[in-house]
Design a binder for this molecule. Sequence first.
Ligand SMILES: Nc1ncnc2c1ncn2[C@@H]1O[C@H](COP(=O)(O)OP(=O)(O)OP(=O)(O)O)[C@@H](O)[C@H]1O
Length: 367
Amino acid sequence: MFNMAESTHPIINLQNVSVTFQSNGKPLNAVDKVDLQINRGDIYGIIGYSGAGKSTLVRTINLLQQPTAGTVTVSNQNLQALSESKLRAARKKIGMIFQHFNLLNSRTVLNNVEYPLLSQPIHKPQRQAKAKKLLELVGLQDFEYAYPDQLSGGQKQRVAIARALANDPDILISDEATSALDPKTTNDILKLLKDLNETLGLTIVLITHEMQVIKSVCRHVAVMDQGKIIERGDVAEVFSNPQQPLTQNFVDSSANVTEALAQIKADPGLQNLAKNERLLFLKFRGQATKQSLISDLTELYHLKANILFANIEKIGTASIGYLIIVLTGETRQLANGINLLNRNGVRVQLIASGKKEGVENDQATVS
Ligand SMILES: Nc1ncnc2c1ncn2[C@@H]1O[C@H](COP(=O)(O)OP(=O)(O)OP(=O)(O)O)[C@@H](O)[C@H]1O
């Protein structure tokens, strides 16, 4: 996906950035020697589980979090070398939105959006005009005099976005901004962020623990674990061919496979498979998702496949298919069938086999 607004010049350049906290008297490397370059106009996702260091990392971008080591360059300025007043000016060009909106409940929607402009040398009419324009941009022109408590979660986040745009930032950092929202509202907010990226050329850095969020708006992604970026690149490339088990976990959870596997493994009915049955987890990629391999098993080897779970995860132009099946048939034919799947690029994992008939009797490779 090419975006006219995106250039190949990094607007954000973190070099060898570390943040070490003291936790119970011991050093904790929340961010560990991270290099991160984000181009102007990009929508860059950072994904990781809780505690991976995502928030700490993105807070170094505006020096809300001072790094213990490394350099932070934004819009060609080394932020650590700036005077207090120049740093304040640089920070105004980096907006932020959060999971819990952080609105001032005693102020109207309009006053909330005006708030960051109060310290600016602008007169009230211009300030209000600007805030009204921003509310229109986020689709809340009819809510100027409402109070945050009267709004839905999605509307509150729109106010927070309008407020974050008050100083015409070049960069918007979104820290789990959709985590408290339902799926439909999440999509609406993500669509708004994408529109703002396209119309304003806004660079967006978005942190989340949900792969669907990354998939629906980001062009690039970094996967974070224990303070380090363990994998990064184009979203479709990273998620269609994960190199790290953690990245694979995100893909599997997104396709609901992790949950399905747990449920199936816990099903008492499947603890006692007959000796001619195999419980298999199959993962397909690319071409394999289009082939009729399951019907081939029946035709060639007289195997019966009982499908317990099926899903296809589409990532860019790539597809990853998942099947959990109970395959029934003669021992030799079961081995032939599994070999056929393997030969066709299907990753076959044996979850359980029938009693007495051990796996060692199968002449097939299963992982
Ligand atoms: N001010 C602090 N003092 C001490 N430890 C901290 C501080 N801030 C964060 N940490 C620790 O640093 C690690 C990374 O936290 P961080 O909040 O950056 O992770 P995260 O990936 O954003 O996760 P979450 O989504 O849960 O916030 C965690 O172990 C956290 O407990």
